[in-house]
Design a protein around this ligand. Structure first.
Ligand code: CU
Length: 198
């Protein structure tokens, strides 16, 4: 009797070990990156972003972005991944991450005399959702399959890297049929952080 019990315990332990071995690779495959954000004009603004890539059972790569920011004005602010790993000045981050081939990456035309005719917005690969700031604190969690951390056509780590930008105003998601309304992608830039692989 005692022997049988020991045997069945061993079998179930074995089964647990095998299951654990099979589920390990999905954890090991997680790729992570992060960014420290600083204010573009206000030194009182700071934030962090963490980015985690996971693969679905079908092999689709999804990146979950967790963004926290302190010191911005209350309300909604546009958030995008911009096309260059540079934040000094914040305009150095250039337009929105968009490997194309059809789009232009520059929808921010609040100060331009002629609006940019960038009809790809809000469908650039780097276009995210607004972050809401309450009592000076903002928190956003968003999952996208438009970008990857791993190598490939949608990778944020292309030859000139990428940055994350928080804008002064909300992204109204610009659904005009032709030229976009000036500033519909959030206008001026409030905070920027270069995205780096962990
Ligand atoms: Cu932007």
């Amino acid at each position: 009797m005692a022997n049988t019990q020991v045997k069945s315990t061993c079998i179930s332990l074995f089964a647990t070990t095998v299951l654990a071995c099979f589920s390990l690779p999905s954890y090991a495959a997680k790729l992570t990156a992060s960014a420290d954000l600083k204010g573009c004009t206000d030194a009182g603004v700071s934030g962090t972003a963490t980015l985690t890539e996971e693969q679905t059972d079908e092999g689709i790569k999804e990146v979950t972005i967790h963004l926290k920011v302190d010191g911005l004005s209350d309300g909604e602010h546009a958030v995008h991944i911009h096309e260059t790993a540079a934040c000094e000045p914040c305009s150095a981050a250039k337009g929105h991450h968009d490997p194309g081939p059809f789009g232009q990456s520059r929808p921010d035309s609040a100060t331009d005399e002629v609006p940019a005719s960038d009809i790809n917005h809000p469908y650039h690969m780097g276009d995210l959702v607004n972050i809401e700031v309450k009592n000076g604190k903002g928190n956003m969690m968003h999952t996208t399959n438009r970008v990857t951390l791993s190598p490939g056509r949608l990778s944020l780590f292309d030859e000139d890297g990428s940055s994350i930008i928080i804008h002064t105003n909300a992204d109204t998601y610009c659904d005009e049929e032709s030229d976009l309304k000036r500033g519909c992608a959030g206008g001026a830039r409030d905070a920027c952080g270069i995205i780096k692989l962990d």
